[in-house]
Design a protein around this ligand. Structure first.
Ligand code: ADP
Length: 160
């Protein structure tokens, strides 16, 4: 069976935590779509085009990973592209309640849709895009938090 899964998120910007989940999913499944959420009611720090470009560079070594973007309901997007499995990273107990709720809601909206969770790597359980934005914009060192190939571009944007 040729299995495609989707890894959704804001990726504002991509972190080593995201990259860990995407890399592990790419080893488990034939094809991984990394889906960047375009949320018109929220203004992200990095534009959709920037988030996509940073992700593309971060996953350039992974042949079976593609970057896409979607607006609106993830359950609808999955249905439209024929994907029945969402793969997400689970960091801590604090992620659990929200993710559990989202997984159940998505299943109600699209009963064929399953959500699978990979436990975050021990080194990145604390890591989030908002932490990267905060530390980076205040002049802190984020080199252990983001992929090396996109580090300078993230810093340039955050310190503008
Ligand atoms: P963030 O909370 O960093 O803004 P996103 O909305 O972009 O995250 O998250 C996209 C996906 O990546 C989610 O499944 C989220 O749980 C996962 N994720 C985010 N940060 C990490 C991390 N440090 N380790 C593992 N998974 C993560």
């Amino acid at each position: 069976m040729n299995k495609t899964v989707i890894c959704p998120g804001s990726f504002d910007p991509v972190t080593l935590g995201h990259l860990d989940i995407i890399t592990r999913a790419s080893k488990l499944f034939d094809r991984v779509l990394v889906a960047v959420l375009v949320n018109s009611s929220k203004t992200p720090t990095f534009s959709t085009a920037e988030r996509i470009e940073l992700l593309r560079d971060a996953v350039s070594g992974l042949d079976n990973v593609e970057i896409v973007s979607f607006e609106g309901l993830l359950a609808e997007y999955c249905k439209n592209c024929g994907v029945d499995t969402i793969v997400k990273g689970l960091r801590a107990v604090s992620d659990f309640e929200y993710e559990f709720q989202m997984a159940l809601a998505n299943k109600k909206l699209n009963p064929d849709l399953e959500t699978m969770f990979l436990t975050a790597d021990a080194d990145s359980t604390f890591l989030s895009s908002s932490m990267v934005r905060e530390i980076g914009s205040m002049g802190g060192d984020i080199s252990n938090f983001v992929p090396a190939c996109v580090h300078d571009r993230i810093i340039a944007k955050l310190r503008k």
